[in-house]
Write a protein that binds this ligand. Structure first.
Ligand SMILES: NC(=O)c1ccc[n+]([C@@H]2O[C@H](COP(=O)([O-])OP(=O)(O)OC[C@H]3O[C@@H](n4cnc5c(N)ncnc54)[C@H](OP(=O)(O)O)[C@@H]3O)[C@@H](O)[C@H]2O)c1
Length: 248
């Protein structure tokens, strides 16, 4: 018997990286999982196949979660297939680094439209699917805005907004028995981390040196706390910003 038997979860951006690991861990505990993706149907289908092969339940649903219409369709499909929602993992996010002089409105909107506005619109659209018993919303923030390294201003600002959203919505959704927490990872080796040119970079070396546990983070290092926050093991925890960074 799993900790999440009978629960329905939506994980945004679950075709790879932290989202894919979270979808698999939630399913391993018994949740039926909607594996959301944007461009990588192949990645999402692979995650679904792995879940099903391990005896779990999952479906892949494509939707750009920075687009309000596509977000509405994601939850309409979820309702059609599973009838309700107990766990929402807002993982989809993009990040890039660069100096102030290179900031453009386009670069700003690319991150903030998804990481902040998309996350808010996703939570808003998900609410009617939560049952009267409530549920759990888990926002994937980042360690970046509290470390605040140079050349991270767009990304750090977007994740600082996620921290604020978690704190505010914990109060707003508490009366509906919906808990809202953030997991704020340090550096994690994922496809996105590699695509941002950060793998084997001086930044990676620097953070591994600063990390008491002495290694890079892995997607499962975040996925296990996702399961904890999704389950009743964390039933009295809401509004928290939990750093997941090996002690860094
Ligand atoms: N890796 C790190 O070091 C690190 C550290 C701190 C925080 N985080 C946060 O953790 C989250 C996941 O990061 P990651 O490194 O695992 O990323 P990743 O490997 O780049 O994966 C990103 C995922 O988000 C999806 N996605 C991107 N844009 C989307 C959109 N508009 N709508 C729906 N899905 C979208 C991608 O889908 P497709 O591939 O299908 O397009 C993919 O599944 C992000 O919020 C990130 O800020 C990561």
């Amino acid at each position: 018997m799993g900790k999440l038997d009978g629960k329905i979860a939506v994980v945004t951006g679950a075709s790879k990286g932290i989202g894919a690991a979270s979808a698999k861990r939630l399913a391993a505990e018994g949740a039926a999982v909607v594996v959301n993706y944007h461009t990588s149907s192949e990645g999402a289908n692979k995650v679904v196949s792995e879940i099903v092969a391990a005896g779990g339940t999952a479906v892949a649903i494509g939707a750009d979660v920075s687009n309000e219409q596509e977000i509405a369709e994601l939850f309409a499909r979820t309702k059609e297939i599973y009838g309700k929602l107990d766990i929402l993992v807002n993982n989809a996010g993009v990040y890039a680094f660069g100096p102030l002089e290179e900031i453009t409105a386009e670069k700003y909107h690319r991150e903030h439209n998804l990481n902040v506005l998309g996350l808010l619109l996703t939570i808003k659209a998900s609410l009617p699917l939560f049952p009267s018993e409530g549920g759990s919303i888990i926002n994937i923030g980042s360690r970046v805005n509290t470390v605040a390294p140079a050349k991270s201003v767009i990304s750090s600002a977007s994740k600082a907004a996620v921290d604020a959203i978690t704190k505010v919505l914990c109060k707003e959704l508490g009366p509906r028995k919906i808990r809202v927490n953030s997991l704020n990872p340090g550096v994690i080796t994922t496809e996105g981390f590699v695509a941002a040119g950060l793998a084997d970079s001086p930044m990676q070396k620097h953070y591994v040196e600063l990390t008491p546990l002495g290694r890079m983070g892995e997607p499962d290092d975040v996925a296990f706390p996702v399961v904890f926050l999704a389950s009743d093991d964390s039933r009295w925890i809401s509004g928290e910003l939990i750093i997941v960074a090996g002690g860094e």
